[in-house]
Design a protein around this ligand. Structure first.
Ligand code: HEC
Ligand code: HEC
Length: 288
């Protein structure tokens, strides 16, 4: 190696690099910096020995402490499940009234119901249970099949036209498709149905529709259009409509009928979860 060149002024060795007459001095690294680096090296060796560190062909060096973040997580989950199980067991055993009377159980039921609703029901009923066309709002006090805790629980358990042995079942006839009524009669009875909530647009048709309604629709929808929960027949007298309250929508339903299907959850969700869901929905605002 050639003799190192020294800077004339400082007497410091240079690296031999030069840019436009400016030369780079070869200063040693600061001591504090070196100390930190050596400390880091020592620390890393200690760490390799104590904790899992190096990947091997199969597995890894486990370290003398035998620490595993996965085992720690599993222990945390087991502890959380144990805490939850105490509540879940109590909910499984208690009847609805007992749960409602116990604020701690209620809180647990509502939290579980809310999360199960988001996972299983929000896709059809909306994230706030507000419903949509063909999917009932579950947070109002208008119920097709009943808004008591027991009725809601039964709906969730067995579904509506779901194929379950105990499903809620009913079928509005397809008056047009099956030639039960003429096209003109359908227009008239639709006008009459709309008149029950003050939405009719043709007074003559309303008068002609009245006897048709009395003959064909009263059994399910009631004299004043109040609906009938035994058949899940909606009220026609209120402002809440599943499928729309313009003449076209009503005529379409009378012509072709509708069969809203709600899946059954018995067997798909644990009974405790179904209970929690019923309590959650009952508490949304419309519970009876
Ligand atoms: C595939 C879509 C779908 C899913 C998912 C669904 N529902 Fe429904 N649900 C419906 C339909 C459609 C109706 C109305 C059926 C009818 O027309 O009678 C309904 C009706 C209901 C009713 C009765 C409302 C009333 O007015 O009586 C309740 C309660 C209910 N659903 C709760 C739930 C809960 C809780 C879940 C989740 C576990 C859920 N639904 C999941 C489609 C769905
Ligand atoms: C066998 C019972 C039954 C009879 C008879 C019946 N309906 Fe219905 N109707 C229902 C049911 C059940 C529904 C709800 C269907 C669903 O949710 O899918 C319904 C829904 C409706 C709707 C939709 C309401 C809404 O909220 O959007 C209208 C309108 C209606 N019926 C009008 C009539 C008229 C008019 C007649 C007579 C010509 C009639 N229905 C006869 C059972 C009946």
């Amino acid at each position: 190696m050639a003799a190192t060149e020294r800077d004339e002024i400082s007497g410091q060795a240079t690296t031999g690099h030069e840019w436009d007459g400016i030369k780079e001095l070869d200063n040693p690294l600061p001591r504090w910096w070196l100390m930190i680096m050596y400390a880091c090296i020592v620390w890393s060796v200690v760490y390799w020995v104590l904790y899992p560190a190096w990947p091997l062909v199969s597995g890894y060096t486990k370290g003398v402490f035998g620490y595993s973040s996965r085992a720690e997580l599993a222990a945390d989950i087991a502890a959380a499940n144990d805490a939850r199980k105490i509540f879940a067991d109590r909910i499984a055993e208690a009847d609805m009234a007992t749960i409602q009377a116990d604020p701690k159980l209620m809180e647990f039921a509502l939290a579980g119901g809310k999360s199960a609703f988001g996972d299983n029901c929000a896709g059809c009923h909306g994230s706030a249970a507000q419903g949509g066309k063909g999917y009932p709002n579950l947070s109002d006090d208008d119920w097709l099949w009943g808004g008591s805790l027991e009725a809601i629980q039964a709906t969730i358990k067995y579904g509506i036209r779901s194929g379950h042995d105990e499903t809620r079942e009913s079928e509005m006839p397809a008056f047009g498709r099956d030639d039960l009524l003429e096209k003109e009669q359908i227009t008239q009875v639709a006008q009459y149905a709309l008149s029950l909530s003050g939405k009719a647009t043709d007074a003559v048709a309303v008068n002609r529709g009245a006897p048709i309604y009395a003959e064909q629709c009263v059994d399910c929808h009631g004299k004043k259009g109040e609906g009938n929960r035994e058949f899940g027949a909606p009220s026609l007298a209120d402002a809440i409509w599943l499928f729309g309250n313009d003449p076209k929508s009503v005529e379409a339903i009378v012509t072709n009928s509708r069969k809203g299907v709600m899946p059954h959850w018995q067997g798909r969700l644990p009974d405790t979860t179904i209970k929690q869901l019923a309590i959650f929905i009952h508490a949304l605002g419309g519970g009876e």
